[in-house]
Ligand binder design. Structure first.
Ligand code: PLP
Length: 283
């Protein structure tokens, strides 16, 4: 596949970055994953706005701005073969001559984009849903930032894999935060519940779409803090993300969620999501 590195387009296998890059040494950088359907980026503006927020919080000057990023994303999509792509975009604070925690002066950020084929959950998985484990959320207190420092997320996701599961549902101080790489919704008595945005979770682009769709279709929903016990006794649990879209979690720590099958509210939300995607792609 073709990637973008600091202004150049080249085969991914030929791309090289310095070991002194702060992304490598410190995990000092921001990223985004943008889904592309039929060669059209989905919710690009929102992804770029979140990137700008992360960069500002990291005090990392934005090397391109929204229009510049949009152009590079367009180019990456055009240069790769798939109709549906998952575009990965990363900005690190760049390389310095010596390893020092404080920021180098001047800063020359490293910009890297690559693309993969976007593979959304297959029909069989949508039919059965996926298994998840619960775990204590031991990440830092700026989970609202999309940074490449993902060691905690990797360790937490591995816990799921070790148990033959697809995702880890995180709880902090007895409350639901999110998944290791997704936001989590639950359904109780026909009402969709979502935890409020805070420094404890990533403000998901898909999370926003799901709440917009609930609003638009008159689906009862509420954004509020959710107790771990409410998750464990929920009728439905879903994970949402740009690549998983809306996917039912049907067992948690080996116990069935509700009926143990994807529930009606989640199926409806999945259908609304697909409709919405298709409308936007055709517009
Ligand atoms: N939460 C975390 C920790 C994530 O890594 C992700 C993205 O994969 C999400 C939530 C979902 O965000 P989005 O819907 O913007 O993909």
């Amino acid at each position: 596949s073709i990637c973008h590195l600091d202004g150049r387009y080249l085969p991914l296998r030929e791309a090289r970055v310095s070991p002194m890059d702060r992304g490598f040494l410190f995990g000092d950088g921001a990223y985004e994953v943008i889904p592309v359907y039929s060669r059209r980026p989905f919710r690009l503006e929102e992804h770029l706005a979140r990137l700008a927020r992360t960069l500002a919080a990291l005090r990392l000057p934005d090397p391109h701005g929204a229009a510049g990023w949009a152009e590079i994303v367009r180019e990456i999509v055009a240069r790769n073969a798939w109709e549906d792509q998952s575009v990965y975009l990363q900005v690190t604070r760049g390389a310095d001559d010596k390893r020092s925690h404080a920021f180098p002066v001047p800063i020359r950020p490293t910009v890297f984009l690559m693309s993969e084929e976007l593979v959304t959950p297959p029909a069989a998985q949508l039919e059965t849903g996926v298994a998840a484990v619960g775990a204590a959320d031991f990440r830092w207190l700026r989970c609202d930032l999309k940074t490449v420092a993902l060691l905690a997320n990797c360790l937490l996701r591995q816990q799921a894999v070790d148990h033959g599961c697809a995702e880890t549902v995180l709880f902090r101080d007895g409350f639901l935060t999110e998944g290791s790489a997704s936001n989590i919704f639950i359904v109780r008595d026909g009402v969709v519940l979502a935890p409020p945005k805070s420094h404890l979770m990533l403000p998901g682009i898909t999370y926003d779409v799901v709440l917009e769709l609930a609003e638009r279709h008159g689906q009862p929903h509420q954004v509020r803090e959710i107790l771990e016990d409410e998750v464990r006794s929920a009728d439905e649990i879903w994970m949402t993300s740009s690549t998983k879209e809306v996917l039912a979690i049907t067992t948690l720590d080996g116990r069935p969620v509700g009926s143990g099958r994807p529930g009606p509210v989640g199926r409806q939300m999945y259908a609304w999501y697909q409709d919405f995607k298709n409308t936007v792609m055709r517009s």
